[in-house]
Design a binder for this molecule. Structure first.
Ligand code: COA
Length: 421
């Protein structure tokens, strides 16, 4: 049995932040009904790689869902929404501020229609405070949550990170909130409103940068490779480790853009590492060199230490260097490109890059389910085409017959009104 079997979700989310959450819940067995406007989630057509096919942007975030199109600007469409609300355990949305209110469905109204339903909302900045009215996308959240100001090199501009911490990170936060609220609902019979602001989620993911922000009031940040005296805000730290142990990205052979390996020089491994690399870089006594004797010494002289390690690494590829470091118990990881990962046996073996089929686009791949439940592993099913399950959902969930469906179709509940000239 799937972990969330029997949980039905009315999923009004779009783009990335919401769909990534509902896809995870679907992979855990929830029945996710993707409730789309008649022209569909905008991402279906964004960054298309195959003409007239749902884009990878859409297919990769909407697996294991059923799609129904409903026009919320039509009274009969709203009536369908109300009927579905009564049959669902969770409703979730990540519209711009005020969209649901403009449809006439505040949280209070939704709670009145179905007191058991849990509502999940993602907003850029939440529903309160001076930023509440603003829309947001991934990089806006990274900018405002403290990620960009702390990413990059000190002398360069702020950078966004490749990981979608603003969108997918927020989706993960919402999933946790929804499951907690569902557990409470099961005990009390009452649903509640779960809100996650993207800015808050990014701040949470930047937690250790706030550690450093407060340390700066008392001391320099000795683990940073650049001086931090006199700073009042956590600086960008390049590839410094950000933790108690020293770390850095080390360039390897043959010197291509991804020919690097991240190496953490843990206190416990320095002796073995120094004995292995020292003789090859003209420092046979590296293990007893006073400049690097203790972690405090290595922090002070880390630039010299990284130069020695990089000199050694110049003779090896990132994989070869990894094979040298692993037996020494040195925590390390080659910088994996998407091409490296797509072909990686470990990745394939853990079902983290999964081949799927799609009626419009043929074979494609999705990143797999990162949460592994031993008794109910995820089975990944392709994303739905637009409105693929409209009739099915109306029949199965609402118990409607063909006549009732035809009447609502006639009334425009599932389509856009014809364009007037
Ligand atoms: C992502 C975002 C910036 C996109 O902005 P947008 O494209 O202007 O979309 P909005 O959510 O503001 O509005 C959606 C529109 O679709 C309409 N719509 C949505 N579902 C509909 C339906 N079933 N039937 C009819 N209309 C529908 C809404 O009425 C709204 O139109 P309106 O402005 O005329 O009321 C915005 O949704 C947002 O800030 N969301 C919260 C933060 C977030 O999740 N961002 C990350 C996205 S990855």
């Amino acid at each position: 049995m799937e972990a969330l079997k029997g949980v039905r979700i009315l999923d009004m989310t779009h783009v990335q932040a919401g769909p990534t959450c509902s896809q995870l819940l679907a992979w855990m067995g929830a029945d996710v009904i993707k409730f789309e406007p008649p022209n569909g989630d905008a991402t279906r057509g964004q960054l298309r790689d195959v003409p007239n096919a749902d884009s990878l942007y859409f297919t990769m975030l909407n697996c294991n869902k059923r799609s129904i199109t409903v026009n919320m600007k039509n009274p009969d469409g709203k009536a369908v929404f109300v009927e579905l609300l009564k049959k669902c355990d969770i409703i979730m949305e990540n519209f711009g501020p005020g969209v649901l209110d403009r449809f006439g469905f505040t949280w209070e109204k939704i709670h009145e229609v179905n007191p058991r339903i849990v509502m999940g909302s993602i907003k850029g900045f939440g529903s309160s405070g001076p930023y509440a009215e603003f829309k947001a996308y991934e990089n806006v959240a990274q900018a405002m949550g403290g990620a960009m100001s702390t990413t990059g090199v000190p002398e360069g501009p702020p950078f966004v990170t490749g990981a979608q911490i603003g969108d997918t990170g927020t989706g993960l936060h919402l999933a946790i909130g929804l499951l907690a609220a569902l557990r409470q609902r099961d005990q009390t019979g009452q649903g509640q409103y779960v809100e996650v602001a993207m800015m808050d989620g990014v701040m949470n993911l930047c937690r250790v940068k706030w550690r450093d922000h407060q340390r700066l009031t008392r001391q320099e940040l000795s683990e940073y490779s650049r001086p931090t005296a006199g700073l009042h805000a956590t600086p960008r730290a390049g590839n410094d480790s950000g933790g108690g142990q020293l770390g850095n990205a080390i360039k390897c052979k043959p010197g291509g853009p991804d020919d690097y390996i991240y190496v953490v020089v843990q206190e416990a491994v320095w002796d073995g590492l120094a004995k292995r690399i020292g003789p090859d870089v003209g420092s046979p006594d590296l293990a007893t060199d006073a400049r690097f004797a203790k972690i405090g010494d290595r922090r002070k002289n880390q630039t010299d230490m990284w130069k020695l390690i990089e000199k050694f690494a110049a003779n090896y590829t990132k994989r070869e260097f990894m094979a040298i470091l692993n037996p020494l118990d040195v925590p390390c990881g080659p910088i994996m490109s998407t091409a490296d990962l797509a072909d990686d046996v470990h990745v394939r073996g853990r079902d983290m890059y999964v081949e799927l089929d799609h009626p419009q686009r043929g074979k494609w791949y999705n990143v797999g389910m990162p949460i592994k439940l031993s008794a109910s592993p995820a089975k990944i099913v392709r994303s739905p085409t637009l409105g693929e399950h409209t009739d099915e959902v109306l029949k199965e969930v609402l118990g409607w017959n063909d006549g009732q469906i035809a009447a609502k179709k006639q009334a425009g509940a599932f389509s856009l009104p014809p364009k007037t000239k």
